[in-house]
Design a protein around this ligand. Sequence first.
Ligand SMILES: [Zn+2]
Length: 204
Amino acid sequence: MHTDLATGLVVALDIGGTKIAGALVDGEGRVRVRSRRPTPAREDAETVMAAVEDVLGELAASPLWEAADAVGIGSAGPVDAARGTVSPVNVPGWRDYPLVERVHRAAGGRPVTLVGDGVAMTAAEHWLGAARGHDNALCLVVSTGVGGGLVLGGRLHPGPTGNAGHIGHIVVELDGEPCACGGRGCVERVASGPHLARRALENG
Ligand SMILES: [Zn+2]
């Protein structure tokens, strides 16, 4: 049977400490259009939002844009999915930033769903990737930060605020190096991409 690949089209946003990636994704999970900008992570809140709007604007230039009927955001955490706000540790300009409302407006009033990026990645791995067919899974992201998400009893388990499985700020080294979150010796401070590279260089 022929399947119309524009069916079930959604706008996807991945907001991280290094890059902001956007895509139009069809109902089969295929990426149809992509856009990407570096995250101006050291800038103020509106400058970061302008980069998100650039990504959305580039997607909106596609003829497929009109067929997309919702937006899904996976953001660096912590997020507060209940309130629609984000406070990414690695984007200090955003604290309780009303990302859902801003994206809702920038995306022509489409409904917006927000979860932590680890939860979004886990949903994808459970649907189409490494955790497919497993009823219980913990999936990990190692990037600018360290995050994760949980599948329990065959279902994605985002938790009440969309952060369940976000293990990056569990302390693994008592009196370890200070972390951007205010704690010390966090998993993320030891094992994120930038910190792995830094430690490797420092240790020759
Ligand atoms: Zn931390």
